[in-house]
Design a protein around this ligand. Structure first.
Ligand SMILES: NC(=O)c1ccc[n+]([C@@H]2O[C@H](COP(=O)([O-])OP(=O)(O)OC[C@H]3O[C@@H](n4cnc5c(N)ncnc54)[C@H](O)[C@@H]3O)[C@@H](O)[C@H]2O)c1
Length: 324
């Protein structure tokens, strides 16, 4: 029975590759045409088109779905209505297909940004998935996070009301391939790698690319492995899991990890940073608690920040391109 990977971007592509390597029949669908890893069939499908999505699943005998198709935070801010359509209705369409076709399991890509507004009221203990959030005063700080939280709620409700086996994975800030950037962490790494390659001094003055305190990152290869673990987990109970390694890093640590590869790298950033990552007003008080992912999914990150930066920087094209 086939696994459908929705979204052929950074994490979707790596997930489809892992599944194909272990011999699973895999179809990968994206609204854009493009390449596919070896052993993976790529098709064009828009997740907002419920009828097309259902027909695709029926045609390929799909049993499991890993849903990574989305508009990321920068894109959704520029065109909120279209982004909300993809991120909320796309997810609702996947869950509805799971209900009506009786799929075995759905894995949804969520984000640790859903917890950011709880930071101010949180102590130094690891940030639990079941974080108390006041629905008004601690509401999501971005349309992106609101969509991710809505997706998690819908997944829980499709499980409670209809028995749909859906699991949400909250990835930390993801580091991956620098050839086709859509994410804030990708843009940060790309900016530093380009400065390292060119020898030019870089001034980090974009408030989205800097943070006060410490922030956590995860390698896209670990996200892909977490998706596969979530498909395989025998009894996921909590249904929402942090995908992170328990480490958190200052901006200076991040820059130092890039400087190990480019010793002449020169970077400046503001002395006083009062905001957190990606322009959020709250600074992280602790790393995310990732122990439940280990207990219930059997997943542990394999790549720490320096390893991740070294890997993706080594594959970076000399001239990378920022996709708007
Ligand atoms: N990259 C990060 O830092 C990060 C962090 C936390 C969570 N996430 C989540 O992980 C998932 C994967 O992220 P990524 O980094 O691989 O992003 P990506 O931008 O590389 O991939 C997303 C893919 O979705 C596709 N897509 C967009 N609209 C679509 C539609 N209507 N129908 C079908 N496909 C469509 C895009 O074409 C793209 O290929 C997303 O849900 C994202 O929100 C990412």
């Amino acid at each position: 029975m086939t696994v459908l990977v929705l979204g052929a971007g950074l994490i979707g592509g790596l997930t489809a590759q892992l599944l194909a390597q272990r011999g699973d029949p895999v179809v990968m669908a994206d609204v854009r045409a493009g390449a596919a890893p070896q052993g993976v069939q790529r098709v064009t499908c828009d997740v907002t088109d419920q009828a097309a999505l259902k027909a695709l699943m029926q045609a390929h005998g799909v049993r499991d779905v890993v849903h990574t198709a989305a508009w990321l935070s920068t894109a959704i801010r520029q065109d909120p209505l279209k982004g909300i359509g993809v991120n909320i209705m796309g997810t609702a369409n996947v869950l509805e297909c799971a209900r009506t076709l009786g799929l075995r399991r759905v894995v949804l890509a969520s984000s640790t940004t859903v917890t950011y507004t709880g930071f101010a009221a949180h102590g130094p203990q690891p940030i639990e998935e079941d974080l108390p959030l006041h629905v008004i005063s601690e509401r999501p700080a971005s349309i992106y996070a609101a969509c991710k939280l809505a997706g998690e709620h819908l997944a829980h409700l499709y499980h409670d009301l209809y028995g749909v086996d859906a699991v949400s994975l909250r990835y930390a800030a993801v580091l991956g391939d620098l050839g086709n950037i859509t994410s804030v962490p990708g843009r940060l790494l790309q900016t530093l790698v380009q400065a390292g390659q060119s020898g030019q001094v870089v001034q980090l003055d974009d408030p989205f690319l800097v943070w006060g305190g410490r922030e956590e990152f995860v390698d896209a290869r670990d996200c892909a492995r977490a998706n596969v673990c979530a498909l395989d987990a025998p009894h996921p109970q909590q249904r929402v899991y942090h995908i992170a390694d328990g480490q958190w890093h200052r901006l200076g640590d991040f820059v130092a990890a890039v400087r190990r590869l480019y010793p002449a790298l020169q970077v400046t950033w503001p002395d006083q940073l009062t905001t957190g990552f990606a322009g959020f007003p709250h600074q992280r008080p602790a790393p995310s608690d990732h122990r439940q992912a280990q207990r219930e999914l059997g997943f542990v990150c394999a790549h720490g920040l320096p390893d991740s930066i070294a890997h993706w920087a080594s594959l970076a094209p000399a001239q990378t391109h920022i996709r708007p």
